[in-house]
Design a protein around this ligand. Structure first.
Ligand code: GLU
Length: 917
């Protein structure tokens, strides 16, 4: 009704302004004719075209130029296709219609939409220099010069989708396409992934097949979770409907549609499905221009909601673009009319090679135009393509389609949803969900509990942890044990057993949403699953029986000193004895008169024979003393250092002996993993499908390789079904079980006969595991960090490891250690002894020379001959340590109360008085 009224007003305006002669129907010279070519079914485009012209004409009231439109109906694509029989006729009809309009003089041609007639019209416009405007997707590389398209360039749209795929880091995805045009649109997406681990599978929507269920079933079986779909907006709903039927709209799936009109699809049934449904849009419905136009169009129509323009209250991209195309024409024309006076259209005949003079100028104005349209900033590259566009990235949420970011050719993908918004969205999705939790029953992580009323529930560290998380995130869970009771291992063909396998099945009946157990975060598992941050830290280690007491040894008295020290002591004893002997031979003060009453005796004796020297040193070493003692200063220096040595050694020995006698020695057949690998007495093993197996199997360390070879070749011994069996074997046989420290810690606190042997072989953590790309991983991971920081996980650990009948064996039976003292402990005493030896020796030499000098005077000999004589005697070691003096008038010297005899007398003389004279 309003439209009819509007048209009447426009007619009146034309008449009033003199553009239109109502009797002849002819237009005056100040108007511009444009032609719109539309297929009968493209009602919305046609209305957009006419409404836009009417509106913009009203806006230019007062100016001397008006635009008048003519709409010609054209037949769609298939009428032009070869082998239809009448395609030639159709073409002629189209030519006729365009030529008829050109004869009247036209400033531009809009449409048609279908590819074949459009190309035909474009070539006519090209021939007569008439600008051709379109608002449809056009993949052609080279375009007619006189053609301008407000639809975004195909390459740019392709790039946008490809960059999104890269942004999401999709390595495996499926492309579903509708027709050959789709492949042109998807070119960039197909090039988006490069690399050996990237894989794209391509599926075509079969137009003859009503249902897509078998395709979706197949995709599901193949584990395709990321899907790019290129189809018309009309096909989106049937596709999603079929996907929903095969449960492919769960939170693990991501459907990205390349259509720019996802906003026009009714997605009500899918917004709670959990699947990630995304697309891009050019027309932002919240934009002021769009809101204004939509309000206007609603008023123009009798029934707004069924308006073909709004396609169910949604402004379709091509409809909005047609509006922008008209806007572009108006803007360019009004600028051109300001710049060039008296421009007018020209009657052109299709039969003549004529052209519109102004056409080129008008086209150049269009190409240089830059304005805000319904589709954002409208501007063109020099070849008339629309490459500078901004696309909104939209995502289906529980409140409908929501813009989560945008894409621009220069800035690329920009996701603007804040962290809080994303969390809120994820929490909303999680609400009221019942997660299936897979586990392996193992103490103290997760166990079955028989209630007094006969019901069976679950308990354990993991249940408490899940309940803590549940307290902060609203969800429910059910727990089941994985059928094969395994943790999970790659079977070699990409298939996994155990909990990992169930998590990977994510959509089947046996699917699991998360694994809660003592499940180790490993590199291999991380490739196929998502893990939360670790909640426990641990490492591989060995559990074995506590060591037994060693039987007493016969020669345990030797233990306080190491064998080296005993050898050094023996060497020191021999060395000191010999040095004492030597010093005594050289020192004149060790030669004494054996008959003190016979002072005149020339006969002198030395008490330090070899045997006596040995006796003296052993006597002092044994703290018993002896009946001989050195007289010379040099001998006494040596003796003193020996006394010091024996004092320290004996005290050290005694002290350490006490420790050895009081401490009972415990013996274990091995003290670390290397010793375990070396010996054959104790067998050892691991659980067969856990991360510990992976550790040994993939190790390059020779010890671990050897151990894995043993376990692999003796699976009866080397692989136990679970940790319970492993611990039982340790208790009942000579067996060492290798598993993770957290489990061992739990067991040794309850089984006092068990102990952990050696340190940790590696370091890793337990985490909650989720299927890859699960939306819950980040949410729950954050909660785990929170519980770590608030020490709630530590409290749970204490509860399940220490409090619940743990800590029984906490009394440290004190492995007080007593070890033999080595050379490094007593080395200093040896140094002192050597010092004493050297000092004694030097002093003995001095004494020797001093005496030789004195005797040389008395004997009237040269010092050298006296020295050599004395030396000869001293080194005659086999002889008896006795001698006679030979000098007359020589006299024994009394020094420090010790009587000295002159050295090396050749003759025995009784008159000693003479000697002293
Ligand atoms: N926690 C290990 C896993 O996640 C199982 C125990 C083990 O391998 O020692 O595979």
């Amino acid at each position: 009704m309003t439209t009819v009224l509007g048209r009447f007003v426009l007619w009146l305006l034309f008449v009033a302004l003199g553009f239109y002669n109502p009797t002849t129907g002819a237009l005056s010279a100040d108007h511009f004719r444009v032609v719109g070519l539309f297929e009968p079914e493209e009602k919305a485009q046609k209305l957009s075209f006419t409404n836009a012209i009417e509106k913009l004409n009203l806006n230019v009231v007062g100016s001397s130029h008006m635009v008048v439109y003519y709409v010609e109906e054209v037949l769609p694509n298939d009428s032009f296709e070869a082998n239809k029989g009448d395609e030639e006729e159709t073409r002629k009809t189209l030519d006729y219609k365009v030529c008829r309009q050109m004869k009247e003089g036209i400033a531009a041609v809009f449409g048609p939409i279908s590819k074949i007639p459009r190309a035909h019209v474009q070539s006519i416009c090209q021939a007569f220099d008439i600008p051709h405007l379109s608002a449809q997707w056009d993949p052609r590389e080279t375009r007619d010069y006189y053609s301008i398209n407000v639809y975004p360039d195909n390459d740019v749209l392709g790039r946008a989708s490809a960059e999104l795929v890269r942004y999401w880091n999709w390595k495996h995805f499926t492309v579903i396409y509708e027709d050959d045009d789709s492949l042109l649109r998807l070119q960039e997406v197909l090039k988006a992934t490069k690399g050996s681990d990237h894989r794209i599978s391509i599926r075509k929507l079969d137009p003859f097949q009503g249902s897509y269920i078998s395709m979706f079933k197949d995709l599901k079986e193949k584990g395709e979770y990321h899907i790019v779909v290129d189809c018309s907006a009309a096909k989106v709903q049937p596709l999603l409907h079929e996907a929903l039927k095969v449960n492919m709209l769960s939170e693990y799936y991501h459907f990205h549609f390349t259509t720019l009109d996802l906003g026009g699809v009714d997605l009500e049934d899918y917004k709670y499905s959990g699947a990630n449904v995304t697309a891009m849009r050019l027309i932002d419905p919240t934009r002021t221009q769009v809101v204004d136009v939509m309000t206007e169009w609603r008023f123009n129509d009798d029934n707004a909601l069924t308006s073909p323009l709004l396609g169910g209250n949604y402004l379709q991209t091509e409809v909005a673009l047609m509006y922008d195309a008209v806007h572009l024409f108006f803007k360019s024309l009004s600028e051109l009319t300001v710049a060039v006076k008296d421009i007018k259209t020209q009657s052109l005949s299709c039969n003549k090679r004529d052209a519109w003079d102004i056409g080129n100028s008008l086209l150049n104005y269009m190409k240089s135009m830059d304005f805000e349209g319904l589709s954002g900033r409208v501007r063109f590259s020099p070849d008339g393509r629309r490459t500078d566009i901004k696309l909104d990235i939209v995502q289906l949420s529980q409140s409908g389609l929501k813009a989560v970011g945008d894409w621009h050719p220069t800035t690329g993908v920009n996701i603007s949803t804040s962290y809080q918004e994303k969390s809120k969205e994820d929490i909303n999705k999680l609400k009221n969900m019942t997660l299936r939790v897979v586990t392996v029953y193992e103490e103290p992580y997760l166990m079955m509990k028989q209630n007094p009323d006969g019901t069976v529930t679950h308990e354990g560290f993991m249940i408490d942890l899940l309940n803590l998380i549940k307290g902060r995130l609203p969800f429910n869970y059910t727990v089941y044990q994985v059928a094969d009771k395994n943790y999970g291992r790659d079977q070699g063909n990409g298939e996994w057993d155990g909990m990992v396998g169930d998590l990977m099945k994510r959509d089947s009946k046996e699917r699991a949403d998360l694994a809660a157990a003592g499940m180790t975060i490993t590199y291999e598992r991380e490739k196929v699953l998502d893990f939360t941050k670790p909640f426990l830290n641990l490492g591989i280690t060995i559990v074995y029986k506590k060591p037994t007491k060693a039987p007493p040894e016969l020669f345990s008295f030797l233990s306080p000193l190491s064998i080296d020290v005993w050898i050094y002591m023996l060497a020191a004893y021999l060395c000191v004895s010999f040095m004492l002997f030597v010093i005594a031979r050289f020192s004149p003060y060790e030669w004494t008169n054996p008959h003190p009453c016979n002072e005149d005796s020339d006969y002198v004796e030395n008490q330090f024979t070899i045997l006596n020297s040995l006796w003296f040193t052993i006597g002092s070493l044994m703290q018993q003393g002896s009946d001989i003692a050195p007289r010379s200063a040099s001998g006494r220096i040596l003796a003193s250092s020996w006394y010091l040595f024996t004092l320290i050694m004996v005290s050290t020995y005694t002290a350490n002996l006490a420790a050895f006698l009081t401490i009972e020695e415990f013996v274990s057949p091995f003290n670390n993993v290397e010793e375990l690998a070396e010996q054959n007495k104790v067998t050892y093993g691991i659980v067969p499908s856990g991360s510990t197996r992976g550790f040994f199997q993939n190790s390059d360390v020779p010890t671990y390789k050897r151990m894995w070879a043993f376990m692999e070749t003796n699976p009866d011994v080397g692989l136990v079904s679970n940790s319970k069996e492993g611990i039982n074997r340790v208790k009942t046989s000579d067996y060492a079980f290798i598993t993770e420290s957290s489990t061992i810690d739990y067991q040794v606190q309850r089984n006092c006969e068990l102990t952990q042997v050696g340190g940790l072989l590696d370091s890793k953590g337990y985490g909650l595991a989720f299927p890859k790309d699960s939306p819950w991983t980040d949410l729950i991971s954050r909660e785990i960090i929170y519980f770590q920081e608030t020490q709630q996980i530590q409290k749970l650990y204490d509860k399940w490891w220490k409090e619940k009948s743990g800590g029984k064996c906490d009394v440290d039976e004190g492995k007080k250690d007593a070890s033999s003292l080595g050379v490094k402990h007593v080395g200093g005493v040896f140094v002192v002894l050597v010092g004493g030896l050297v000092a004694g020796l030097l002093l003995a030499c001095l004494e020797f020379m001093w005496k030789a000098k004195k005797n040389a005077k008395v004997d009237k000999q040269s010092f050298c001959s006296e020295m050599s004589e004395e030396l000869r005697f001293a080194v005659r070691c086999c002889g008896k340590p006795e001698k006679t003096t030979r000098r007359v008038g020589s006299k024994d010297i009394v020094d420090n109360g010790i009587q000295f005899a002159p050295l090396t007398g050749m003759t025995h003389r009784n008159n000693s008085k003479e000697l002293y004279a």
